[in-house]
Design a binder for this molecule. Structure first.
Ligand code: AMP
Length: 610
């Protein structure tokens, strides 16, 4: 492989993110020194800076207002879209610019793009550490059901993180690629993906090494988080029954409940029952055993929902369940036995679960990255438009130019005219959706074609062209043909960011880099200081009697000073206090070493020891 062509394949998940690259031996998920591939998609903001991943997730209980998870649910969305989701998030979701949403952390407002960029930057840095080289190019996966604004938002997040996003790939397409299903002769595959926050099912056809997504269906707000919530609802209603209906849960308790519920859910995938024990404070506690059947009853309705989507996807593809040759399972929630049973029963065949459902999408992104880097020329990838695209026509109807499930890349154009004499400008409202009235569709953006020479009504011929590129991202242009007047227009999604805003965020991310680095430094130093403190404790117990009064006082003072710095935000001050404590403990360290040495030489001649 030529080194300069390395492209990172990234699965940017609701719950977890991870990356893979193509190697001569095939796609390989990247792991850290501990063998860990997954970076929890969780960000914690502290006065000292920002941390990402397992550490941030572990602090979610203690710092609920500043620990951000499930950002993917907010990407490219407006306040109305996320109202139901935001209600269940312990952090603050507030209106942002252009109808977007933002997350408020203290005084700071951050867009979902910036938050996702923080996760992507972490994934990038870990990949760079694993590979020992810089990475600037990436393929990022998104649910097949993501609309234009959500794809754009993902692309912007990549840019903010310093990545040139070469391709946005649908997750099911990636999963099928990971299984190497592009190399089967001819088959029809259903990819069922149930993750933490999103569900989608896609029907793919592979023939002669060519992939085609026949249809996609899904729900961007259905997943394992809902199952956790179902369990939380049981716990809260039962605790209220036990302790009174006015019992309230502070954010930290709500976050703790979420952790307990998820742990119980995961246990129930392998065992018949799970025990939940929650400390509610003030001497109150709640304990309860939940059986697998009870859990299955709780989540049954959601699983039914996913099967209805499977039915719809088949209908769109004009297929019957028995025409599906393979069923591929993706996403952590497909480990739930009930999910596997229902999906297997619906398609009439055992689902394919050979590859770890958490890693399969990243592996496929790695395969796609390999194809783009020119490592494999044998696969052509065709995806489909998830929702129809069109413009608002006279009287507020939706005029569809590109139909749902059209294969990308694709283009379409339509020519129309004016209805008023001497009209010099036309407003164009770009719509996405299946409904007939423009008010029932989502407006992706509006633009004005101005500067048309005055002509009688009906004379101008305005041609609007839609081009959807290989990433499923829409470009719209308009031209008045009679006058040759061409207006170049750039469309910004209604729930997206302008180029300037993205550039500004790239700048901001540099500005925050120092602060973020200090946060890392603080954590590392704190860990180190903890080690020093426990080593001093141990040494005091072992050889404490070697210290004279003055030495002992000096050490006690240094330890007290270090302890008082532990909760501060200043890594330099902490480092200084740690060094001082280390210096004060010097006589102890020397005494310990002498003792070890004495034990080693006991019974042996000195020259044997040297
Ligand atoms: P993903 O978005 O694909 O990373 O999936 C994450 C979701 O899978 C979360 O809701 C997890 O709680 C859930 N999950 C992971 N492992 C299991 C398991 N063994 N049983 C049930 N759910 C799981």
């Amino acid at each position: 492989m030529s080194d300069d062509r390395l492209i990172l394949g990234i699965d940017l998940g609701t719950t977890n993110s991870l990356a893979a690259v193509m190697t001569p031996a095939g796609p390989e998920v990247l792991r850290d020194g501990q063998g860990q591939a997954i970076v929890p998609s969780v960000i914690e903001f502290t006065p000292g800076g920002v941390t990402v991943g397992a550490e941030a997730r572990a602090h979610a209980v203690a710092n609920p207002l500043a620990t951000i998870y499930s950002v993917k649910r907010l990407m490219g969305r407006g306040m109305d879209d996320v109202a139901a989701v935001a209600e269940h998030l312990p952090y603050q979701v507030v209106p942002g610019p252009h109808g977007t949403v933002c997350v408020q952390i203290g005084e700071r407002l951050l867009t979902p793009q910036e938050l996702s960029a923080i996760i992507l930057r972490e994934v990038k840095q870990r990949a760079e550490a694993a590979l020992g080289r810089e990475i600037t190019e990436a393929v990022i996966t998104v649910p097949a059901y993501f609309d234009d604004a959500q794809r754009q938002a993902t692309r912007d997040a990549g840019r903010i993180a310093g990545l040139n996003v070469r391709r946005i790939v649908n997750e099911p397409t990636a999963a099928a690629l990971a299984y190497g299903l592009d190399r089967t002769d001819e088959s029809t595959i259903a990819v069922y993906d149930l993750g933490g926050g999103t569900f989608d099912v896609s029907i793919l056809r592979v023939a002669g090494g060519v992939f085609q997504v026949l249809s996609t269906q899904g729900d961007t707000a259905l997943g394992g988080d809902d199952f956790d919530r179902a369990l939380i609802d049981v716990i809260t209603s039962e605790t209220r029954r036990q302790f009174g209906s006015d019992l309230t849960f502070p954010p930290s308790t709500r976050q703790a409940l979420r952790n307990f519920a998820e742990a119980a859910k995961i246990r129930l995938s392998d065992e018949d029952e799970a025990r939940i024990e929650v400390d509610l404070g003030e001497g109150r506690s709640f304990a309860r055993t939940i059986a697998r059947e009870e859990f299955e009853d709780l989540i049954g309705e959601w699983v039914d929902h996913t099967i209805e989507h499977c039915q719809r996807a088949l209908k769109d593809a004009r297929l019957q369940p028995d025409q599906i040759d393979q069923v591929v399972m993706v996403g952590g929630s497909t480990r739930i036995p009930l999910v596997r049973q229902r999906v297997g029963a619906f398609f009439g065949r055992a689902p394919y679960t050979a590859i770890n459902p958490d890693e399969v999408v990243a592996m496929g992104a790695g395969v796609q990255a390999g194809i783009l880097a020119g490592l494999r020329q044998d696969t052509l990838l065709l995806d489909v438009i998830p929702l129809s695209l069109g413009i608002e026509t006279l009287g507020g109807a939706m005029g569809k130019l590109i139909m749902r499930n059209a294969t990308v890349p694709c283009q379409a154009s339509e020519t129309f005219t004016t209805y008023v004499d001497a009209q010099t400008a036309v407003d164009i409202n770009v719509l996405q959706g299946e409904r007939e009235l423009s008010t029932d569709c989502r407006s992706l953006g509006r633009f004005k074609l101005a500067g048309i020479p005055p002509m009688p009504a009906g004379m101008p011929r305005v041609r609007v062209a839609f081009l959807v590129d290989a990433n499923g991202i829409l470009n719209v242009s308009a031209q008045e043909l009679r006058s040759g007047k061409e207006a170049s227009v750039q469309i910004t999604p209604a729930h997206g960011l302008t180029r300037d805003e993205v550039d500004q965020m790239v700048q901001d991310s540099y500005a925050h880099a120092r602060q973020d680095m200090r946060a890392h430094q603080l954590i590392d130093t704190r860990n180190e200081a903890n080690r020093v403190l426990s080593a001093i404790d141990k040494a005091l117990a072992d050889v404490g009697d070697v210290l004279d009064d003055r030495q002992r006082r000096r050490l006690d003072e240094a330890v007290a000073a270090l302890n008082s710095r532990m909760t501060g935000d200043d890594p330099d001050a902490l480092y200084e206090a740690m060094t001082a404590a280390n210096d004060a403990a010097e006589p102890l360290t020397t005494a310990q070493m002498n003792r070890v040495l004495k034990e080693t030489v006991k019974g042996r001649k000195l020259d044997e020891v040297g």
